[in-house]
Every structure is written in structure tokens, then in C-alpha cells.
Design a protein around this ligand. Sequence first.
Ligand code: ADP
Length: 438
Amino acid sequence: MLRWVIALTFAAALAGACLVLYARDLLAAEAAAAAALGGALAGALFAAAGRRGQGGAVSGAAPTPAPGVARRAAVGDASPVVTGEVPVGTLLEATMQSMREGVVVVDSGMRVVASNNAARDLFADGSWGTAAPRRLAEVTRNPAIHAAFAAALERGERAEAKVEMRGGGERRSFDLHVEPLRQRAGPPRVREVRGAVGVFFDITPLERLERVRQEFLSNVSHELRTPLTAILTFVETLEEGAIDDPADNRRFLSVIRRNAERMHTLINDILELSAIEAGNVAVEPGPVRLAALVGECFTALGSHAAERGVELRSEVSDDVLVYADARRLEQMLTNLVDNAIKFNAEGGRVLISHARSEGRDRVSVTDTGEGIAPEHLPRIFERFYRVDRARSRALGGTGLGLAIVKHLALAHGGEANVRSAPGHGSTFTVALPAPPEG
Ligand code: ADP
């Protein structure tokens, strides 16, 4: 009986929790508040379950509502939640099973009396479905989980813990909030703790984002610091007298200018990438004559190629139309051709070609350069990833060109990829959805 009462209590607690959780985007502090509200609602149902002397884990039947009645149980109000003709048990069952958060309810003996699908996935334990309640220790041996439930039961206070678990070879992190469940009668301090409800919030994606953000910040700071240090050093040298030295003053000024330009390019690339990633760059695809666009790109980069003795060649026939945002496609090709020139050998060649297959227009930039070793290929489109950082810097690179290409391709509904082998050059391909039929 006690078990069922706790289970029904849990169901009510969930109803309260869900109301708040889904309304407020699952932030941890709010989750705690939700659990508290849930606990209060639980009290409201405790009495009802006791009167009826029956109930089920999440299918405890509610007193039949008057036709058309739709109201919400207030905290401290003994009336159950009813919405129109939907029985409260059905509503709670659906709510609990649709939650992304794992929910586990234990009784005062640490036996699991209720759980939802998300919790069962979490512990990946096929024996959850057995009728007899199992001890929490049989379900998981994680010490942090035990400590949190034990604390809530023993102290009658909310307990929180950060929990790490491995599932499918992946490490996942959870914020666990455990709320004690008390019997309803009596003043709050003396009401007996009958069980506890624990809610597991998956914070793995949040942690991943935080890591990416930190890496990005540290990369940006590092990239900006190098040219800034050079600028400050040369300004100091000029101030200390070199400004009057006709042999060096202009040279120093040009070093300052080069480094300032580098910072400018870097900041532009960062802003550009952020805007694309945030979806703030409008990609407006339309028919684009590829050969003409390639021609413009070659004109822009012609002198750069000539300086390095690299030949630019196009195999795109005049009648090829691709469906893209012309300015953004030009930006992608410019980044790829610029790299193909930079990382090419003296007297090398850059070739642009086009093929249509599997509903995609594939525009490829092939070079006769040094190629890329296989271990670098999976990360080559990541921002700031470079095979040789010093060399990239010396060539005026920011390490963001390929990341911009990738995100622009994605914004078109396409993708960017690479094939390369050391000593055999590289082929970077942008695949775009082919134009709609007709
Ligand atoms: P950047 O060129 O500014 O360094 P990118 O994001 O454009 O940054 O490229 C990242 C890295 O990928 C380069 O530093 C280089 O190591 C490698 N890479 C890009 N294109 C080529 C290429 N065509 N041949 C060889 N390596 C390349």
C-alpha cells in the first residue's frame, strides 16, 4: 500500500515538475523549484490515494471529474488535477513518459517504485520491467546517485549531485535533483519522509558547448596576441628613437601595418563565421552560371597565383548552372582557391571542375600541392585547426577559411569535404543541392 501511495505521490510530483520544467527550459535552479512544487502537489494527492486505498505507479485513477470540468490542483488543495475528460493517471503517464529527463522514485527503503523510459534508457538495464520493486543498488552502483537519494531520505532535504555515467562508449554528465516525498499530515518539520523522487537532467550538450566556447576564446586570444605584441614592440622601438632612423623607420611601419591588417582579417573572419553559424547570414540561392563565377574568382586571385608561379585552370563548361547564393559561392571558391595556391608547389596547378550526381552539384578545387596527412583530415574543417600553425600564419592565414566554407555549404543545405594524400595534392569539394526540377 505504502508503495502505491508513494508511486501516486510521485505521479503528482511529476505533474507539478513538468508544468514548470517545460515552461522554463529546464534550467537547473528551476528544476529544483519544480521538484519542490511537485512535492507540494504530491501532498495534495497523498490524501486522495489514502482515501481510495488503491492506485498505481503512474496510472492511479482519479476521481471521475464532473463533465466538462477542467481545473488545476492548487498547492495544498486536495483536489486532483483534471483536464476535461482525460483521467489524471493517463495524463501523468503520458507526461512522464514524454519527459526527456530520467525520473526515478524510491521508497524509504531505497527500493525503486517508479521510473520513466528516460531513466530506464539511462541505466540501460533490461530488468527494470519486472513487477517487484528492485533496490536502487541493483539498478545502479553509481556512488553519487546513492549519496543523493540517501541524503534526501535521511535529512528530508533536497539533494543535488553531478553524476557522470558511461553509455554506448560515451561519457555523459547529469545534474541530479532529488526531492524527499513526505506524508501529508502534520507540520512540515515532522512529516515523515516516505520516499524520494530524483530527476536526471542531461547536461552533456551544455558542457560540450561550454568546452567549444572556451577553446574558441582561447584560440582567438592567442591569435590576436601575436600580431598585437609585434605592433607594440615596433611602436616602442620607434618611440625610443628609431623614428628618426631613415634606414629602419619605414620598414618598422610596414611591419606594424602588416600585423594590423592581420588582426583586421582575423576579426573579419571571426565575425563572418559567427554570423554564419548563428544563421544571421541570408543565403538566397538562385541559378548561377558557374564558369563566370570561377572567372571572377581567378581574376581576383590571379596576381597571388602569378607571384607563386601557380597556374589557374577551369574545366567548367559555359552552360553549367548551379543553384546557389552567388556571393556566398564565390566566397567559398575564393577560400578554397586561395588555399590551393598557398599550399601548392612552385609551378603547380589549381583546377576547378564540376559534376552533377545524386541530386548534387559538386564543385571541386584540385591542387598539385603537398597534400594533407590522413590524421589531419577529420579535423581540417574545424575552426583554427591547421596542419602547421606557424606556416599558416606566415602565409597570412587565419585558420578560419575552411570553417567558413563548411558552414556556408551547410547553410545551402549542402556540405564540404576533402580528399587528399601527402605528395598527391588535395581536392576540396563543395556539394550543393541541384536546382529544383522545371
Ligand atoms: P588557413 O589557410 O588560414 O590556415 P584554413 O581554414 O583555410 O586556414 O585551412 C586550415 C588548414 O588546412 C591550413 O592551415 C592547412 O594546414 C590545411 N589546408 C587547407 N587547404 C589546403 C590545401 N589545399 N593543401 C594542403 N593543406 C591545406
